[in-house]
Design a protein around this ligand. Structure first.
Ligand code: CUK
Ligand code: CUA
Ligand code: CA
Length: 610
C-alpha cells in the first residue's frame, strides 16, 4: 500500500519535471542505488523518542526560524520537540496581534497585506549567528523584512525596485553582516516602463542591501535570472543559481539550453565600481552592469541545466548547486573562484565533483562532519553523501566511478523541498538534527478536506544512518528554515519592550482635541484602561494610542473597539496606535481581548459618539 503511494507520487512529480528531460529520468533510474535507507514501514515505526526527551516544562535545545511561504509569515519552532512557539507576522495581516491594523504596522506594509516568505537568514558575526536580526524576502511584492530578535517582531520593511520574483536571500557571514543580497527570479524590462520590450531584452538584478540601514546599496544588472542565493564565509562573494539563462518566457524555452549557470559576484570589485562611479541610477537606486562582457564583477560557471539550491559547506570550502532536473549536485571549490575572476583558470575548473544524488535534488545541508544531505524531490528522499568521497570519486576514470559517496538514503513523506540541519548555515554546524520540509502530506494525517496540511519531519543525524523520529503536520507552507542553538537567541530575547523606543508612548491617559482630530491616549494596566469613557463627535478622526504599563512577563492587553473593526494587542511596555473615523453615532464599548486578569472581562471602557 505505502509502496504504491510512493510510486504514484513519484510519477506525479516526474510528469512535471520531465517535460523535455526524459533523458535524465532514465539516466537517473539506471544509476540509482537501491535499498540503502530504511523502508517507509521501518521509518514509520521508529521510536519517536525526541518528544519524550523534551518533557513538559523542559525547554528545547534549538530555535527554528521558519519562513511560512505564501502565508507571508515567519514562525518560531522549538527543536527537537517541533513545538509551534510563535508566528511572527511579516507580510500578512494578523488579527491576533493587530499586525496590519495598527498605524505602526501599516506604515511598514504600505497597503500590501500579502506576501510570500521564502528564505529566512540571520545576521552573523564571524560565521555564526549573532542573534541580532533575521531577514526574510517577499517573493510576491519584492520586499525584504527585518525582524529584531530581542522582540521577535518586524522593525523594517524595504521595498526593492527594478526586480520581480525576489527569491533567494542571504546575509553576509563574515566578518559580520553588513550586507545582505537578494535575487530576482523573473526577468523584466529594467526600468519596467516599456511593456512591449521583447523578452530578449529583459534583465534580472542581484540586489545588495545595507543590513543596518535597510537601504539598497546597489543592484548588479544581469541577463540571467537568479534563483537561490548564498554567501561565502570570507565576506568576499555572493553566489546564485540561474535556471533561465535562455530568457525564456515558457517552460520549454527555459529548458532550451543544455546548461545554465552558477553566478558569482565579487564584492570588492562591486565596492570599487561604486567608488569609481560606474553606476547609473534606475528606479532611485545605483545599478552596476554585471552582464557578460560588460564588467569584471561577475563570473559564470556552467552547471547542468535548470539547477536549484546553492549551499555553502560549514568549512567554507565548497558551494553545492543542487541539480533539480539533473540527478547530480555540482561541487564548486570556493578557493578557486579568485583564479577564475583573474582569468588564471577557466570557470569549469573550479568544479571539483558532480556526484549522482537522485531524481530532483533541490537543497543541500551539512552535518559539520564532512557530509552533505540533499533533499530529492521526485524520489521523496533525503540523501546523505560524503563530500570528500565525491571529490575523490571524481578523479577516478569513468568506468571505475561508483556511488560510494552515498552514506544513506531516507524516504520522506512526501516530495521534499528544503531541508536544514542544526546550525548548518554556520561554521558551528553540529550534525544533531535534520528537518525535512515536505510539500505533500497525503494520507499521513487525518483527512482535513481537499486543502491538506503539509508535513515536516524530524530526523536524527547523529549516526551514519538518517533516522526519522517525528512527523509534524504544519500549516501553509513550511518553506525553509534555519535552526539556531538556543544559547545564541536566549541571551538576546527580552520579556518587555523598551517603552520609550516608541515616540508616542503614553505615560498619562487623556484626550487631545484639535478641531476634528482627536488623540486618545490610554495606559493599560490590568484590569483597567486609563480612561473610563471618551466623548467623540460624528466625523472625528480619532487616533487611539495604547501603552501597556504592566511589566510582568507575558501580561499583554488587547484593545478592541466594537463594530469599528479595530483589534490589537500590546505586550509589556509596548505602544501601538490606530486611526479611524468615528462615523457611527452611538455607544461603543472598547475592551481588552487578551486574557490578563481575573477581572479581564471588566477591563473595558466606552467610546460615546454623538
Ligand atoms: S526555493 Cu522558493 S520555491 Cu526556497 Cu526550493 Cu523553490
Ligand atoms: Cu487586559 Cu484583558
Ligand atoms: Ca535553463
Amino acid at each position: 500500500m505505502s509502496l504504491d503511494r510512493r510510486k504514484f507520487l513519484k510519477y506525479l512529480g516526474m510528469a512535471g519535471a520531465a517535460a523535455g528531460t526524459s533523458l535524465l529520468v532514465s539516466e537517473g533510474m539506471k544509476t540509482k542505488e537501491k535499498g540503502v535507507g530504511p523502508t517507509v514501514a521501518e521509518a514509520q515505526t521508529a521510536p519517536q523518542k525526541h518528544s519524550a526527551d523534551v518533557k513538559p516544562g523542559e525547554l528545547d535545545s534549538y530555535y527554528g526560524f521558519w519562513s511560512g511561504g505564501h502565508s507571508g509569515e515567519v514562525r518560531i519552532l522549538g527543536l527537537p520537540s517541533m513545538r509551534d512557539l510563535k508566528r511572527i507576522s511579516v507580510f500578512n495581516m494578523d488579527v491576533g496581534t493587530g499586525y496590519g491594523i495598527t498605524n505602526e504596522s501599516k506604515a511598514m506594509l504600505k497597503g500590501k497585506f500579502c506576501g510570500d516568505t521564502h528564505h529566512v537568514h540571520g545576521s552573523y558575526n564571524n560565521g555564526v549567528y549573532d542573534g541580532k536580526y533575521l531577514f526574510v524576502n517577499d517573493k510576491l511584492n519584492n520586499r525584504v523584512a527585518r525582524i529584531r530578535c530581542d522582540y521577535m517582531e518586524v522593525d523594517k520593511i524595504l521595498d526593492v525596485p527594478n526586480i520581480q520574483g525576489m527569491h533567494g536571500l542571504f546575509t553576509q557571514r563574515a566578518p559580520k553582516t553588513e550586507w545582505l543580497v537578494c535575487n530576482s527570479e523573473f526577468q523584466i524590462p529594467v526600468p519596467n516602463s516599456n511593456p512591449s520590450q521583447p523578452p530578449a531584452q529583459y534583465n534580472g538584478a542581484h540586489t545588495i542591501i545595507d543590513a543596518e540601514k535597510m537601504e539598497v546599496v546597489c543592484q548588479v544588472l544581469m541577463d540571467e535570472n537568479m534563483d537561490l542565493a548564498a554567501t561565502d564565509y570570507g565576506g568576499r562573494y555572493s553566489m546564485t543559481t540561474s535556471y533561465n539563462i535562455e530568457k525564456g518566457v515558457t517552460v520549454s524555452e527555459m529548458l532550451g539550453s543544455d546548461y545554465d549557470y552558477m553566478l558569482v559576484f565579487h564584492w570588492d570589485r562591486i565596492k570599487k565600481a561604486l567608488k569609481d562611479g560606474k553606476h547609473t541610477m534606475i528606479g532611485g537606486v545605483k545599478v552596476l552592469d554585471g552582464r557578460a562582457g560588460k564588467s569584471d564583477l561577475t563570473i559564470r560557471i556552467k552547471v547542468p541545466k535548470n539547477p536549484h539550491g546553492i549551499n555553502v559547506s560549514p568549512d567554507g570550502k565548497y558551494a553545492v548547486c543542487s541539480g533539480k532536473v539533473a540527478p547530480t549536485c555540482t561541487v564548486v571549490a570556493i578557493d578557486k573562484l579568485e583564479d577564475v575572476f583573474n582569468g588564471k583558470i577557466k570557470p569549469e575548473d573550479c568544479i571539483v565533483a558532480q556526484p549522482f544524488i537522485g531524481l530532483g535534488p533541490l537543497h543541500t545541508t551539512f552535518d559539520g562532519r564532512g557530509n552533505a544531505i540533499t533533499s530529492v524531490f521526485i524520489d521523496s528522499t533525503n540523501v546523505k553523501w560524503n563530500v570528500q568521497k565525491a571529490i575523490d570519486n571524481e578523479k577516478l576514470p569513468e568506468e571505475k566511478k561508483k556511488n560510494t559517496h552515498i552514506v544513506d538514503v531516507l524516504d520522506v513523506n512526501y516530495q521534499v523541498g528544503h531541508i536544514m540541519a542544526t546550525m548548518a548555515e554556520t561554521k558551528e554546524a553540529d550534525g544533531k538534527w535534520l528537518v525535512s520540509l515536505n510539500k505533500f502530506s497525503k494520507d499521513r494525517f487525518l483527512n482535513v478536506g481537499p486543502l491538506k496540511n503539509e508535513c515536516e519531519q524530524l530526523i536524527d543525524i547523529t549516526g551514519d544512518k538518517l533516522k526519522l523520529v517525528h512527523d509534524s503536520a504544519t500549516y501553509i507552507e513550511p518553506h525553509d528554515c534555519i535552526i539556531v542553538r538556543r544559547d545564541i537567541i536566549e541571551k538576546v530575547v527580552k520579556d518587555r519592550f523598551n517603552m520609550f523606543e516608541h515616540p508616542q508612548a503614553v505615560t498619562k491617559s487623556g484626550v487631545d482635541r484639535k478641531g476634528k482630530k482627536v488623540t486618545v491616549k490610554l495606559t493599560a494596566n490590568a484590569p483597567v484602561f486609563g480612561l473610563q469613557e471618551v466623548q467623540l463627535k460624528k466625523g472625528d478622526e480619532v487616533t487611539v494610542i495604547v501603552t501597556n504599563h504592566d511589566e510582568i512577563s507575558d501580561l499583554g492587553h488587547g484593545f478592541a473597539l466594537s463594530n469599528y473593526n479595530i483589534n490589537f494587542v500590546v505586550a509589556p511596555f509596548q505602544t501601538k496606535s490606530v486611526t479611524f473615523t468615528a462615523d457611527k453615532p452611538g455607544v461603543y464599548w472598547a475592551y481588552c481581548t487578551n486574557f490578563c486578569h481575573a477581572l479581564h472581562l471588566e477591563m473595558r471602557m466606552r467610546f460615546i459618539v454623538t
